[in-house]
Design a binder for this molecule. Structure first.
Ligand SMILES: *Cc1c(COP(=O)(O)O)cnc(C)c1O
Length: 367
């Protein structure tokens, strides 16, 4: 029996190999390699998928967050509220801007910002909030927007894990002032290298970000601000445009496999993902919670089944943030999740039979 990986990027490549190869050759033949027509087309397509006016391609998903915060004017002395249960980049960019990340605990069902604890974290210094659509499930955006509106805060959606997900019928990327995507190879829309994009319907933000990504210059060699070298290349854009055509089918395939897991794991002492009624979860990761996480991971590993831990240390307890003054016990839901969550294999090319094998191995662990 073959091993079952957490995800299989080579299988995805082989499923559309000819199209991808042709797209890559087309770019190499074109003589345009950075910020050319493929990037412009991808920007239009991803903006449209997000019900947003503008798409701005950048070097990676971290830069997408960073440039958006910069364009929003976030800097030293400011506070930005976000989740402690996310990839480090979400908070890192706040610190890179010289601002202070303020962590609010998460909702135990969705792993996203607990909107009931959000308002009490707002101070006179708060300038923005970054809800993260973690694991592919949208955060509860209406209450986030209501509180942000009341206090005049920017809302930046971290949609790195959720391209194509929907909240109240509208796509992620259309709910905040801006949103960021990552095209890192493992994301639902992944390239063959790094890439990222900001989407926004705010003309002024879009204009600023376009200038920031090319060293703050407009026109070239005339610098109105200190910016970044953060450009998306044509090769990534062309390959991503090929993949984008398949994204909704792949997300649907992920959802089907997730639902199969849900059925097969029913009744076992594992907490399954909660699909909230007003959201389309696209299962970037299929996350369960188990008491004996290490034991189950080892049991699966012995049977050739890979698992992953997202994320072992919540951000408020990271060494680098010791100076922020958080203690263990401050954000108990995030802390409990970081000790119990385990990702099971899930990707669009995964055969149903493989899902069943994983579920059987989980069942066996408890018997
Ligand atoms: C992947 C990821 C990022 C960063 O994207 P990169 O392209 O790797 O820089 C930011 N936030 C979240 C939630 C992510 O999963």
């Amino acid at each position: 029996m073959n091993d079952i990986p957490l995800l299989d990027l080579k299988a995805q490549y082989h499923s559309i190999k000819e199209e991808l190869n042709q797209a890559a050759i087309g770019v190499m033949e074109s003589g345009r390699y950075v910020l050319g027509p493929e990037v412009a087309a991808l920007e239009r397509e991803v903006a449209s998928l997000s019900d947003a006016k503008h798409g701005i391609g950048v070097a990676n998903g971290t830069d997408a967050l960073l440039l958006a915060l910069d364009a929003m004017g976030i800097g030293p002395g400011d506070e930005v509220i976000t989740s402690p249960f996310t990839f480090f980049a979400t908070a890192e960019v706040i610190s890179q801007r010289g601002a202070t990340p303020v962590f609010v605990d998460i909702d135990p069902d969705t792993y996203n910002l607990d909107i009931h604890q959000l308002e009490e974290k707002v101070t006179a210094r708060t300038k923005a909030v970054i809800p993260v659509h973690l694991f592919g499930q949208p955060a509860d955006m209406d209450p986030v927007n209501a509180i942000a509106g009341q206090y005049g805060l920017w809302v930046l959606e971290d949609a790195a894990q959720a391209i194509g997900a929907r909240y109240n019928g509208a796509p992620v990327g259309s709910h905040g002032h801006a949103a960021s995507y990552s095209f890192f190879p493992t994301k639902n829309l992944g390239g063959y290298g790094d890439g990222g994009m900001i989407v926004t319907s705010d003309d002024e933000l879009a204009e600023k970000i376009r200038i920031l990504r090319v060293h703050g210059s407009n026109p070239k060699y005339y610098h109105s601000m200190v910016g970044y070298n953060s450009r998306l290349d044509e090769l990534q854009a062309a390959l991503l445009r090929v993949k984008l055509k398949y994204l909704s089918r792949w997300n649907e395939d992920r959802r089907e496999r997730a639902m199969l897991y849900d059925r097969l794991l029913e009744g076992l002492p594992v907490v399954r993902p909660v699909a909230v009624g007003n959201r389309i979860h696209i299962y970037h990761l299929y996350i369960v919670q188990v008491e004996d996480r290490e034991g189950m991971a080892a049991h699966l590993r012995e049977r050739g089944i890979a698992t992953g831990v997202y994320y072992p240390v919540p951000l408020h307890l990271q060494n680098v943030y010791r100076g922020l003054g958080y203690d263990e016990g401050d954000l108990p839901v995030a802390e409990a999740a970081s000790k119990r969550t385990l990702a099971l294999p899930l990707y669009p090319e995964m055969e149903e039979e493989m899902v069943m094998r994983v579920a059987d191995a989980v069942k066996e662990f408890f018997s």
